[in-house]
Design a protein around this ligand. Structure first.
Ligand SMILES: [Zn+2]
Length: 500
């Protein structure tokens, strides 16, 4: 699924200020729980004087907030239920629920939008935020990695399609193995806070990624320890912020932990004021086995540690006769339900049902081999899907999805996505058959940077079969007859492309 519109369009046209020098021209991205949000052409996320700024309305609209802007005073008021946030263009002072706070950078006007610090958005919405300066992408995650926490009417539903995890310049850091064990910590009173001390505002874990949000640039030390396995992040010169204490459990000894349930290799995350002398906060990820990791520290206070737990690729039956290998990828699964349909069905169930029908048909083809990324309701990362196809040297890759839309009226129809130019001929053949099979309006072949079609090394497509939020599309999509017909069309497309 994919975000293609906004629930509301706010009249947010402001005085045309002399153009601000935004660092990011074009090609920047904002992802909310993996789904890319549409940005205004004249106001793109980017780093300005060291602060990552994002167009306020893009995110706020997607979270169901209301926004008023007083042109005269430059006062921006954001409301949702009891919450009330006030910002002023050009001022670092903001008022949140009657309490004055200081922003890391003043809101600026860019084109038709007010740009605010990404960190502010994270703090005020409870979303975990990070910025990848290489791919110019802002990532926002709900703490539970998907379906909402309190704030959510009108938000985009979750999709990991574009969760481009692990991209950019990640610097591997190796542990020195000489650290003392964290269990030796003796609680004491908080440090006096001499010198420059930053504040730890939040810790999040989703998609095998630890996100740590600090109010200023920090130099963490990241390493692993064994017996039992754990990953340790030591951050000197920081204290727990008030907002951290509100979001996370923390006892009087300044120790706390958060459970992690979705990742079999991660038992929990603990944090504590580890060394009062240096005001070092230690964050420990308790692991069930050794993992590899990469640290991304852009120097803006957002630390991202990606855990690359080695995973097992299913073994393919030996290919004895050089037959092409078709990988079929039912989107989402397990803890990641994908989009919710108009009658509250999960996208992951549609994708699996259809994919299993495709598999059954492909197995009857004597000239092809087939490999599924999943055949049951299991959670599977995007990287694993692409790796499975790459490691097995698949000939073609087909990912199956249902589309989503959170506006007032959902479109209807079928779309075929590809990312790399070499996939276009395959996309065109597949799309022709898909539209024939669905009988739904032809919404074209589209090029988009989606993880599974981008990171695979063979011709790869992602089929958005129909719109789950459209009554007619949805009713068809969960019907056996329709699924069978579409499965046949997918197989016909694969066979035509492979010359069979
Ligand atoms: Zn999907």
């Amino acid at each position: 699924m994919k975000k293609i519109g906004f629930l509301l369009v706010f009249a947010f046209f402001l005085l045309m200020f002399p153009s601000m020098s935004m660092a990011a021209q074009g090609g920047t991205h904002i992802y909310l729980d993996g789904a890319e949000l549409e940005q205004p052409a004249d106001a793109q996320a980017g780093s300005v004087k060291g602060s990552v700024m994002v167009p306020l309305r893009v995110i706020i609209e997607n979270l169901g907030y209301e926004v008023d802007w007083d042109k005269k005073s430059g006062l921006v008021t954001i409301r949702q239920g009891e919450r009330n946030l006030q910002l002023t263009v050009g001022s670092t002072k903001a008022v949140v629920d009657g309490k004055a706070i200081e922003l890391s950078a003043a809101p600026v006007v860019q084109g038709s939008s007010t740009m605010v610090p990404l960190r502010f958005v994270g703090e005020q919405t409870g979303l975990k935020v990070s910025w990848n300066n290489d791919s110019k992408s802002a990532y926002l995650y709900s703490p539970d990695g998907g379906e909402s926490v309190g704030i959510v009417p009108g938000r985009a539903s979750s999709s990991p399609e574009e969760e481009a995890a692990g991209e950019g310049t990640l610097t591997p850091v190796t542990g020195d193995g000489e650290q003392t064990d964290d269990s030796t910590y003796i609680p004491d009173s908080p440090p006096a806070g001499e010198g420059k001390t930053a504040e730890l505002n939040g810790i999040g874990f989703s998609e095998n990624r630890l996100t740590i949000e600090v109010s200023a640039a920090v130099q963490p030390k990241v390493f692993t320890m064994s017996g039992p396995d754990r990953l340790v992040v030591d951050i000197p010169n920081v204290t727990f912020s008030e907002s951290f204490k509100q979001q996370h459990s923390l006892n009087v000894s300044l120790q706390g932990e958060m459970p992690v349930t979705d990742y079999p290799d991660v038992a929990k995350i603990r944090y504590s004021m580890f060394d009062n002398a240096t005001s070092t906060i230690r964050i420990v990820v308790d692991l069930n086995k050794e993992v590899h990791y990469q640290v991304n520290n852009e120097g803006d206070g957002l630390l991202v540690v990606d855990l690359a737990a080695p995973f097992t690729v299913p073994v393919v039956p030996p290919v004895t006769n050089g037959k092409p290998l078709v990988v079929i990828d039912p989107g989402h699964g397990g803890k990641q339900p994908g989009a919710t349909s108009i009658t509250n069905k999960n996208e992951k169930d549609f994708t699996l049902a259809l994919a299993l029908k495709v598999e059954a048909l492909l197995k009857q083809e004597t000239g092809l081999n087939v490999l599924m990324t999943r055949t049951t309701d299991v959670t599977l990362g995007l990287e694993e899907r692409a790796k499975l196809a790459n490691d097995n040297q698949a000939t073609v890759f087909v990912s199956i999805h249902g589309n989503s839309f959170d506006g007032k009226t959902s479109p209807t129809g079928s779309e075929t996505y590809y990312s790399r130019d070499e996939s276009l001929p395959f996309a065109e053949v597949m799309h022709k058959h898909l539209v024939e099979g669905t009988g739904l309006p032809d919404r074209n072949v589209r090029k988009k940077s989606l993880h599974v079609t981008r990171e695979t090394k063979m011709p790869a497509v992602l089929l958005e079969v129909g719109y789950l939020k459209h009554k007619t599309d949805e009713a068809l999509m969960y019907s056996e007859d329709f699924q069978q017909r579409v499965a046949e069309s997918i197989v016909a497309g694969i066979k035509e492309y492979l010359g069979q």
